[in-house]
Design a protein around this ligand. Structure first.
Ligand code: C6P
Length: 413
């Protein structure tokens, strides 16, 4: 038995809830029911404490100082890189680049591929992508004359695999696919897609922003070229995330930004860049956030991602059953493979009103287009209401959500 498994504590949602201070408050006089985890998850005390500890004891810049505080800060920062490496099962810590989040990681890769693409080359994405995995590729296409191809989805919100395959050709030079859709919850068969793309020598980036808190990821087993995620959906602070990239690809890629810490020699004639991953981490990074990310990974490992996923699946199954009993409710996204997201619309009530009225009942959900406007267009809705679950949510909270929805329907007639 490995050490991480030995340290796993029995799954006990009440005790997990005790670790999250923010959950224990009232909103509009009602106990907070936080179901907006796909937007950002709450932070356990262990993560909050790691930030306080860093600022109270070790605050210093990294990789530069020779003094003790700088050495300590550098050690903690680089330890977090090792933790991310282990979490993703990357072959080397050099394959982990810290970024502000998934968005910056995708932009970094898109920027690097700008040098390799030419007019009429094609970049393949899917119709369920978040704007962060659309717009950077559109910008790349504008810059290079390449063409963006979009693989369609069906009425359940599943990728249509044969149509995805039909879009692959000699012109396809890159693919970018979400592991799990934020607007629908659909989980893509990414191993199958990666294998397919690799048969055609097409590099592929997986947007793991939604999948990372719910699905154990092994980048070596998947074989993906790039995998990106944001820490803040994984119980870590905002402003920190990571790009995994295969070493040989990262080594070939040009830096994204220039500045301090990404160089080995600078003269006015020429700059020699630092090695991977430092060549992609220009300027003073989010040191505290990185340390907080390491603490979040320790915390998640102490509960166990498989146990977390099983708990969240049972919440999703329960919520889906309950939602189906409500006549005026339509679930948007009914894929067979789905993560802990319930997107829905109610007859005659705008999703924004649903969000506001639910807040008055202490229930935090997201309402809007979820930065996935093409998904909204596909389902011909202006927006959806979205409840999304995390490790600390309970079946009673699902009941509260459903009671809240019933109240709304009654109020609006
Ligand atoms: N989705 C949501 O409420 P950033 O903003 O960089 O941390 O993550 C961007 C991003 C990329 N891909 C997917 C699939 C995402 O869901 C997100 C963030 C949030 O759904 C905020 S819009």
């Amino acid at each position: 038995m490995n050490k991480a498994v030995e340290n796993i504590r029995p799954y006990d949602v009440d005790s997990i809830r005790q670790d999250f201070p923010v959950l224990h408050q009232q909103v509009h006089g009602k106990p907070l029911v936080y179901l907006d985890n796909a937007a950002t998850s709450q932070k356990p005390k262990a993560v909050i404490d790691s930030l306080v500890h860093y600022y109270q004891n070790d605050n210093a810049n990294i990789h530069r100082g020779v003094h003790t505080l700088s050495e300590r800060a550098t050690l903690s920062y680089e330890n977090s890189r090792k933790k991310v490496q282990c979490f993703l099962n990357a072959a080397s810590e050099k394959e982990i680049v810290f970024t502000r989040g998934a968005t910056e990681a995708i932009n970094l890769v898109a920027n690097a591929y700008a040098q390799t693409l030419k007019a009429n080359d094609e970049v393949l994405i899917t119709a369920m992508e978040h704007h962060s995995n659309i717009v950077p590729w559109q910008m790349l296409c504008e810059k290079t004359g390449a063409i963006l191809k979009v693989a369609p989805i069906n009425e359940q919100g599943e990728l249509i695999l044969d149509q995805f395959e039909a879009l692959i050709s000699k012109k396809t030079k890159f693919a970018a696919i979400s592991h799990m859709s934020n607007a629908l919850g659909s989980i893509n068969p990414i191993k199958q897609l990666i294998d397919l793309l690799h048969q055609h020598d097409i590099p592929v980036l997986i947007d793991g922003a939604q999948a990372i808190p719910h699905i154990a990821v092994d980048v070596q087993a998947l074989g993906c070229d790039f995998y990106v995620f944001s820490g803040h959906k994984l119980y870590a602070p905002t402003g920190i995330g990571a790009l995994y990239g295969k070493l040989e690809l990262l080594e070939k890629m040009a830096p994204y930004q220039g500045g301090g810490d990404m160089i080995s020699v600078v003269t006015f004639d020429k700059t020699v860049y630092s090695k991977v991953p430092y060549k992609f981490e220009a300027g003073t990074p989010n040191i505290a956030g990185t340390i907080g990310l390491g603490a979040a990974l320790d915390y998640v490992n102490s509960i166990g991602l498989d146990a977390i996923a099983a708990h969240e699946d049972s919440l999703l199954v329960y919520a889906t059953e309950q939602a189906k009993r409500i006549d005026k409710l339509r679930i948007i996204g009914t894929a067979k493979q789905k993560g802990a997201i319930l997107s829905f619309v109610l007859d005659g009530i705008h999703p924004h009103d649903i969000g506001t009225m639910m807040d008055h009942q202490g229930i935090a959900i997201r309402a809007g287009h979820h930065c996935a406007m093409p998904v909204m267009d596909f389902f011909a809705v202006p927006a959806t209401a979205r409840a999304s679950f995390a490790m600390y949510n309970t079946h009673q909270e699902v009941d509260a959500l459903m009671a809240g929805i019933e109240n709304l329907i009654e109020m609006f007639g």
